[in-house]
Write a protein that binds this ligand. Sequence first.
Ligand code: ADP
Length: 491
Amino acid sequence: MSEPTPDLRYQLPDPTLRIGGKYRRAHEGATYESINPATEQRVSVIAAAGPADVDEAVSAARRQVDGGAWSRVSGAERGRILTRAADLIEADAQTLAALEAVEMGKLFHDSVEGDIPAAAAAFRHFAGWADKVTGTTALLPDFGPQRRFGYTIRQPLGVLGAILPWNNPVLIAAWKLAPALAAGCSAVVKPAEDAALSTLRLAELLAEAGLPDGVLNVVPGLGPVAGAALAAHPGIDKISFTGSYRVGRGIQSLAGDSFRKVTLELGGKAPQLVFDDADLELAMPWIAMGNFYHQGQVCAAGTRVLAHESVVDQVTEGLIEAARQATIGDPFLPMSTMGAIVNARQTEQILRYIEIGRGEGATLLAGGRRLDRPGYFIEPTVFRTTNDHTIAKEEIFGPVASVISFKTTDEAVQLANATKYGLNAMVYTSDLSRAVSVTERLRVGTVWVNGWGVPDPSLPWGGRAASGIGRELGRSGIEGDTEEKTVHIGL
Ligand code: ADP
């Protein structure tokens, strides 16, 4: 605890709404406080958008795609803007990372080295797509005496409504915005309550990169007010949501009523399958990271560690050792390996799950307590459980690992699939055939073999079942932000 937390006051973006390229307060003057979870001190007072503000933001975005300046910008120029944005994001990494750290307790160095370069990579990747969004052509059979041919064009979908989570704010904003802007869409973004400032800063950087005013509008505010107004707004062509299962379900039914496109990424309870032939030296750091990285506040966290009975004790010991070695504390300190839990509500929820685990008879082997100091810090926690314990079934979104033993490959696959979720899974084995065959049987959107980590912008990301609908990133990402039109021509 030797280095002081940097003084960030001079770097805070204006904590207001950003509509049509201008900052302004909410119509009703509503605000909310953002709290630094590592100190429990106030970071800023942020404008809270109401329905009238959201309506204005959607109109600004609509004008840009309905014949406005953005609709006339070529794909090549959109690509240039997104490439410049990637450069500016990289150059601004320290500020963006500091904002993430003060607002939601993420480790500063993890953002500088992880989230922010990955966000820049997403903009750079989709910059390359911007002038390559093409359709197909087909020679059609003659219709009577008439010769015909046909083709498709891919046009921008229109206005994207993006509702963001707080856990990886800049990165997930990039995953939603980069393909949408590359495709020629405009957007209204509702950042999470606990992570609005980094999104506002991102919008400033995109404007500096050359994005016309009104193409990207940011409406911070409360989920049930600003988020709900955006999700229900008839001027939105697609809603892209990352967040909880509970809110996602409501957004899905709203979208269903209005025939609006929707992608939902709703987290998971991902299994990490550790087979008897796994290289544990290689696997253990990934398995631990999959539980404790960012305090376990990751959709892809691998919180069900399914280990073969011959290695389960070793894996459990490895996790206990990783928990023991964690340095929990000030997110700005280079020596910290775990920062703060995002807020008081989430802290209480994690502690409640730990109590439920104990109450149901799961064996607590490490951690389990909140640190006795200001700020929201919870020890990395390891339980031995069955797949049926509540803590092994529900997404906790905290640093709580459940280790579960299995005997056969069939049992491992059955346990892995016995969940309402289906976002991702990890498979640790030295046998390539086993890796491929087990991967085929897992009902998830993504499998990492011998590793755990962030998705790559060149490949799709998304889940099945209660983990959500649709895919972001990769070709699926850009195609999802376009509408395909079929044209038949009689000659
Ligand atoms: P968490 O519980 O992790 O905060 P949420 O699903 O509540 O996850 O939040 C994810 C995002 O959804 C945030 O931006 C939040 O403000 C927003 N949100 C919350 N409630 C609603 C709602 N009823 N309608 C639309 N968005 C919402």
